[in-house]
Design a protein around this ligand. Structure first.
Ligand SMILES: [Fe+2]
Length: 134
């Protein structure tokens, strides 16, 4: 997965965190395709999961600070993603990186993130920039 200009929200903090997220997602898939076992892949998943939570909280802080009206629905999307992520992580821990799980991880992580950034995060960022020009 690659960060491209069309994923730019224009808010530097958020864009740099999205790049870090993509980096950690790529490390997960690198571990999977290198044939790493459950334990190694589990570590890359934890490393990614920590950053997901850190990043979502950062966005939510920004939204709260500028009284963004869509904060509750945006946060609900984050929470739902974290639940799905934890379910996926649980399956990886139980089954290891099977081809089916890698496909599922790709759908959840890559597809979700791209859609979320393009729609939900860009809308948020446009509002943040109107409130606090940077
Ligand atoms: Fe978001």
């Amino acid at each position: 997965m690659e960060w491209t200009r069309d994923l730019a929200t224009g808010v530097e903090l958020i864009d740099s965190q999205h790049k870090e997220l993509i980096d950690r997602i790529n490390r997960l898939f690198a571990a999977c395709s290198a044939g790493r076992g459950k334990e190694e892949v589990g570590k890359t998943l934890s490393f990614l999961g920590d950053y997901v939570v850190f990043h979502f909280r950062a966005e939510e802080r920004e939204m709260a600070a500028s009284q963004y009206p869509e904060l509750p629905s945006h946060k609900a999307r984050h929470d739902r993603f974290v639940q799905d992520f934890l379910a996926l992580k649980g399956r990886f821990e139980a089954e290891g990186p099977t081809p089916e799980l890698v496909v599922r991880a790709n759908q959840l992580l890559v597809n979700w993130l791209i859609q979320h950034i393009r729609n939900v995060d860009k809308r948020m960022a446009a509002y943040l920039q109107r409130r606090t020009p940077r």
